[in-house]
Ligand binder design. Structure first.
Ligand code: HMG
Ligand code: MG
Length: 299
């Protein structure tokens, strides 16, 4: 038995693409419920431009009203120093910067080149080191880019290593459009782990083609022990057209428990959280495990 860390990204990645405004109280209820079922890292919101991502316009209210559970980390996305400072004023003590392995996606998502994105991150790292704030790093488009097509593992390794050297405690590899397969994930990890220790890597697999759980298994077999997931499989990035949500947290937990891993997450309770959020959004639970376990309860 070993431990796998799950980074729950539902309140951020899961909701950022929702068109209807979700009340701040609902977001806070979601975050609280996720903590109650045992999730220990809950990505809460983003300190980005509300013009670009209207759903996170209430980032300050979310962070200021957050009732923190002991032992739970609540990272938030910060694209630049302004975002970092706003996040700190709102009470954030863990942030994430997000880079891309594709130039085109970097331009569309954060309106600058990869090089410029590192210049924007530099003051975040400086302040974070002084403030004792931990910084997570994301690399988007690790398999392919919605604008450029396939992305070479070499490019991913370069960006991942740069984030690590800049001070990130962990690098989350994002298959933003969910086109990866176990074969591509193996090739990717083979290359990236030459520069970044496997213990510093997290898998962030969107599930557009239904491959996310298989991709986790491939990464797990190669030693990755941290995975991002989103309750109910919510999510998508507004700048990655057609991409669906992340791997559903309940699908991940179901598989990990069967592999003998400890996650600390109560699976039935997690399915209740997926059902709560699905009801709030006015649609059925999307995840396979969620639907199966809910159906079992009524049969
Ligand atoms: P920019 O245009 O380069 O920045 O945007 P700017 O300094 O020229 O400012 C432009 C506007 O943004 C101005 O407002 C600024 O005030 C405002 P306007 O005058 O137009 O109303 N602004 C800000 N507002 C609030 N907070 C800030 C901030 N900075 C500037 N921190 C910027 C650069 C990054 C801000 C913009 O492009 C942006 O907000 N993009 C949104 C990016 C985003 O949130 N994408 C989704 C998350 S990433 C993702 O989902 C992938 C991931 O899940 C991994 C994966 O799946 O691959 C992480
Ligand atoms: Mg994502």
């Amino acid at each position: 038995m070993s431990d796998v860390r799950i980074v729950e990204v539902g309140p951020r990645d899961g909701l950022q693409n929702e068109k209807q405004p979700i009340p701040t109280t609902t977001k806070l209820a979601l975050i609280d419920k996720l903590g109650a079922v045992g999730l220990r890292e809950i990505e809460t919101t983003s300190f980005v431009s509300p013009r670009r991502i209207p759903q996170v316009a209430d980032h300050t209210a979310v962070m200021k009203s957050l009732v923190r559970r002991p032992g739970v980390r609540y990272p938030v996305l910060t694209p630049n120093l302004r975002g970092y400072q706003n996040a700190r004023e709102a009470g954030a003590d863990c942030v994430a910067v997000f880079a891309s392995a594709s130039e085109a996606f970097s331009q569309k998502n954060i309106e600058c080149s990869i090089e410029e994105s590192f210049a924007r991150f530099a003051p975040i790292f400086e302040h974070a080191a002084k403030d004792g704030v931990e910084v997570r790093g994301y690399v988007s488009c690790v398999v392919a880019c919605p604008y450029e097509g396939p992305v070479a593992a070499e490019k991913v390794a370069v960006v991942a290593k740069r984030l690590l050297d800049a001070g990130c405690y962990e690098i989350s590899l994002g298959d933003t459009i969910g086109v990866g397969t176990p074969a591509t994930v193996e090739l990717l990890l083979e290359r990236v782990t030459k520069d970044v220790p496997v213990g510093k890597i997290a898998g962030h697999f969107h599930d557009t083609y239904g491959m996310a759980v298989a991709n986790v298994y491939a990464a797990w077999r190669l030693g990755v022990r941290t995975f991002d997931a989103s309750v109910g499989g919510l999510g998508g990035c507004p700048y990655a057209k057609g991409a669906t949500g992340n791997l559903a947290t309940e699908d991940l937990v179901y598989m990990l428990h069967d592999l003998g891993e400890t996650t600390g997450v109560d699976l039935e309770g997690l399915v209740d959280v997926a059902a709560f959020m699905a009801k709030e959004l006015g649609r059925p639970v999307q995840s396979r495990v969620g639907r199966a376990l809910l159906a079992k309860r009524t049969s």
